[in-house]
Ligand binder design. Structure first.
Ligand SMILES: *Cc1c(COP(=O)(O)O)cnc(C)c1O
Length: 477
């Protein structure tokens, strides 16, 4: 006999799983155990952990698998293959860890499964976005008029800010881009530093600004825009600045650039993915001096603030331009009385990531945030100083914030040093290139990094350096 309700049995299983307290506790316990072993794990997975990933290779199974078995499989083959970027000795790219309160809160939020598109869909998410926006402006000293959109990261935050800029500049020239589109629109100029971040270039590209039309400004030895080299600006121009060069950590001189740029009528955007948080540190706030005069800013939660992924924020003082650029309409859309998150972001349905963002700021408070940011810098200064004592190693940048660029006398030796370091499992840092020279880039972004981690990292560099020099001796001898 044909089954009337083919989903019925499966649905019964799903309800049983939902009622199985031990199932959820088991997942939580495994996660908790993982957190406790972070300091002892190799920072990147060892070879046989990676080969274990082949257990996931398969075609889509015909029949479903019970949640218990799924968790077991993930823990057995997934856990060993994770990168321990949630610990204190992962210095690759610019990667934050996650504050414990936020990790815990994200479990609760997962049960809620809130959609942050509109206030009516989640009054809670709308409220926490509103509070996070307020706290963020207070923490960084940004203008009250700025509105925030909670997005997946700085790449999208840059995209939103530049879409707002494009809307406003064209509107001032009598062209409504939302009605008429980009084709046939008057030309907008884009001025940026030679070290503009790849994500900004991607955002520009998506918005119709090709690489060839960028007016690139030369930079100094730290990657900062040379203010005198900025071409004449006008109201048809977007000026792109950065708080935190992704290699050197250097900040453009907002204090010098903005008082001249703003009166020209141009739109100033600051990419501050990790560096904008310097404004929350009394000791480091001087790096951001004058930045509040800009029109828009982009920053990450998942780097310096140590929220879980994925979490970025666009801030914009021209709320009308941002919401016009992000506008969508549909008969079923309901305007909330307070805040509809989707008005400030490209997405409609969104994860309620403000829950974790809010939890991080709540967990630290203003003084804790200041201390954490200041400490990341302190570790970078200390580590750079210790590394510079190791014969053969030189530091290529000034330590502005949390980034260190490290090199040996030639590119090949630098490459070898990086390979020895990475295979040590003691810490992990990736490669970059600085004015044509190969470098190892260390970025200190994790709340969990301690003085002991810095010592262990120095030791790992010293051993790797010895190995490189021995290898060279062998070839010469
Ligand atoms: C990381 C970074 C970005 C991109 O941010 P995502 O969160 O990875 O999208 C942009 N600009 C700078 C300076 C960055 O460091």
């Amino acid at each position: 006999m044909e089954q009337k309700d083919p989903f019925g049995r499966l649905q019964e299983r799903l309800f049983a799983e939902r009622a199985d307290r031990r199932l959820f506790q088991d997942a939580m316990d495994r996660g908790f155990d993982y957190l406790q072993t972070l300091e002892k794990r190799p920072v990147v997975p060892v070879a046989n952990a990676l080969s274990g990933l082949s257990h996931f290779t398969s075609d889509l199974p015909d029949n479903g698998t019970g949640a218990r078995e799924i968790i077991e499989k993930l823990d057995l083959y997934g856990t060993p293959a994770t990168v321990a970027s949630n610990g204190g000795r992962y210095f690759g790219f610019v990667t934050g860890a996650a504050l414990p309160a936020a990790t815990a809160v994200s479990q609760l939020a997962a049960f809620w499964d809130q959609n942050a598109a509109m206030q009516v869909m989640s009054p809670l998410a709308a409220k926490l976005e509103q509070v996070s926006e307020h706290w963020l402006k207070q923490a960084l000293g940004l203008p009250d008029a700025a509105v925030a959109g909670f997005v997946s990261g700085t790449s999208v935050a840059n995209l939103c800010a530049l879409a707002a800029a494009r809307y406003r500049i064209l509107q001032k020239m009598g062209w409504d881009i939302t009605a008429n589109g980009l084709f046939g629109a008057p030309r907008i100029r884009v001025v940026c530093g030679d070290h503009v971040h790849a994500s900004v270039q991607k955002a520009l590209q998506i918005l119709g600004f090709g690489a060839a039309m960028l007016e690139r400004v030369p930079v100094d030895s730290q990657g900062r825009i040379i203010p005198e080299a900025i071409p004449a600006l006008d109201e048809h121009t977007i000026l792109l600045l950065q708080a935190g060069n992704v290699n050197s950590g250097a900040f453009d001189s907002f204090e010098e650039i903005l008082p001249k740029a703003i009166p020209s009528g141009c739109w100033v955007h600051i990419d501050g993915a990790f560096g904008l948080w310097a404004a929350a540190s009394k000791r480091l706030a001087y790096l951001c001096k004058g930045f509040e005069a800009a029109h828009s800013w982009a920053l990450d939660g998942h780097k310096t603030l140590n929220t879980p992924y994925d979490s970025g924020v666009v801030l914009c003082t021209d709320a009308d331009a941002l919401t016009a650029a992000m506008r969508s309409s549909g008969a079923y859309l309901v305007q909330g009385t307070e805040r509809d998150g989707m008005a400030y972001t490209p997405e409609m349905s969104r994860r309620a990531r403000a829950i974790e963002f809010w939890a991080c700021l709540k967990s630290l408070g203003r003084s804790g945030l200041d201390q954490m940011v200041t400490t990341l810098h302190g570790h970078a200064v200390h580590l750079a100083q210790e590394l510079s004592q190791i014969p053969g190693i030189s530091i290529l940048n000034d330590i502005h914030f949390n980034q260190i660029l490290i090199a040996m006398p030639d590119d090949e030796a630098t490459q070898q040093l990086m390979q020895y370091l990475q295979s040590s499992g003691q810490c992990w840092a990736g490669g970059s290139s600085w004015f044509g020279q190969k470098a190892i880039r260390v970025s200190i972004c994790s709340w969990a990094t301690t003085g002991t981690d810095v010592e262990r990292t120095v030791e790992a560099f010293r051993n790797a350096c010895t190995a490189v020099l021995q290898k060279q001796d062998k070839f010469q001898g």
